[in-house]
Design a protein around this ligand. Sequence first.
Ligand code: FAD
Ligand code: SF4
Length: 490
Amino acid sequence: MSRRWLFADQLGPHFLDDRRQPVLLIESKAVFRRRVHHRQKAHLILSALRHRAAELGDQARFLRTETYAEALRKVREPLEVRHPTSRRALEFVRRRDGVTVLPPRGYLTSLEDFADWADDRRGALRMEAFYRFARVHHGVLMQGDEPVGGRWSLDTENRQPPPKQADRLDVPAPPMPKEDDIDAEVRADLDRWEREGIRFVGRDGPRRFPATAKEAKSRLRHFLRHRLAMFGPYEDAMLAGDPWMAHSLLSSSFNLGLLDPMEAIRGAEQAYRKQGAPLPSVEGFVRQILGWRDFVWHLYWYFDAGWQRSNALAARRSVPRWWTELDADAVDARCLSDVLADVRDHGWVHHIPRLMVLGNYALQRGWRPTELGAFFHTSFVDGYEWVMTANVVGMSQYADLGRMTTKPYVSGGVYINRMSDYCGGCRYDPKKRLGEDACPFTAGYWAFLARNRDRIPGNARMARAMKQMERLSDLDAVVAQEKQRGNDPP
Ligand code: FAD
Ligand code: SF4
């Protein structure tokens, strides 16, 4: 039996076909030397890898080296490895003698089935169409040939603003893992690495994300029992006092390979069929995993490698240091300051702060999409290159002019005001675009449209906004004001 080489994002039991198969695990320090990671992300990766090595005991050969190549020089037997999750890693394993590359695990639709589906489509690829295909293909939430409940998406029943007067959602908090001796050892090693000159961003803190398959399953069970019902309605809402809302906090567990996504999908379906969980929440959660997560994974491989470097809106400004250093205290705008502080303190915020606060702000300022992708990749506990390309370059920065989305995700402060409790306590006014108290998101929105009026002229979904922009009597003043604001923290 060949030895199975498991990358640090292939750590769950579903990455082994035979429970007794010999395993190779490699911890490479160079990964953390090459790029500045969030301290809690580095902790999570090392903790998960070392916990897996401890679970496997003598079954695993665990090598801690500077680089992968150095580790592989010590291994003289044939290896097999599941398809890695980045182009660079795939090339690396393919170039090596004696290494067999097996199909990927940890995603639901196979590369071949996705390619067949995508090859058959004319025009742009859309998640909604892929999601329908995947629901039928995998038989998820189906009643015969029809979706349960009669509609494929129940999103109109979700997406509510946060409950009025509430500081936090009325749901049990997600259970946090208990740190152990392995975490203590990781923390001591990272402290030492910092003294040796390896730099991290963000604050250290108790480990909040699962490092073992057992911890991930336990978080999933708790979510399905206690939090799923509230997931749908408040999926898009933000509250300053509640960073977690009713989200599952499972992305890092899926992405480390600790949890099989099908287990989460079947668990959610069972919660609907057997425990009466509300269908809009169940369908919404299933869509995130079977739809969005798989779609994003497949587009990374299906589109050409150059997609990652798209910059059709000619965004040329550098991402500023106060942003990459997560300097929340330098920022007055309450929404942005709070979200940056959450990233600094947890290495995680939910989808809407990523898309409609961080991504929206960057899009309005014209920051380089590749730099922004690198920021998300290294500053979030769940960040990986395959996730970045679609979510940052395609969805959030519209740098490919809509290969996967129908319009840019850009909005003014009015959206943030509706979906959060941020604006009440802010020195800016979400309705104002000009003057001392002009909301940087509202002003930035109009300045973005003005700057890109010739780059996105043909987009029907933007036509109304463009017309409105052309009619603004103070547009030139707003553009001048935003030019002056430049890259300074708002
Ligand atoms: P939930 O809200 O509970 O959703 C359930 C699961 O659905 C998630 O765990 C995740 O696995 C999956 N999912 C939902 N949407 C997406 C999506 N668009 N892409 C991929 N998976 C999705 N997700 C990452 O896993 N890693 C990232 O680095 C990442 N960066 C992002 C950057 C930007 C700018 C944007 C807009 C989105 C990004 N996402 C990323 C997607 C999404 O925001 C996170 O997966 C989600 O917020 C993680 O929290 P959760 O586990 O509580 O998710
Ligand atoms: Fe954010 Fe503008 Fe609201 Fe302030 S007023 S919290 S900057 S959206």
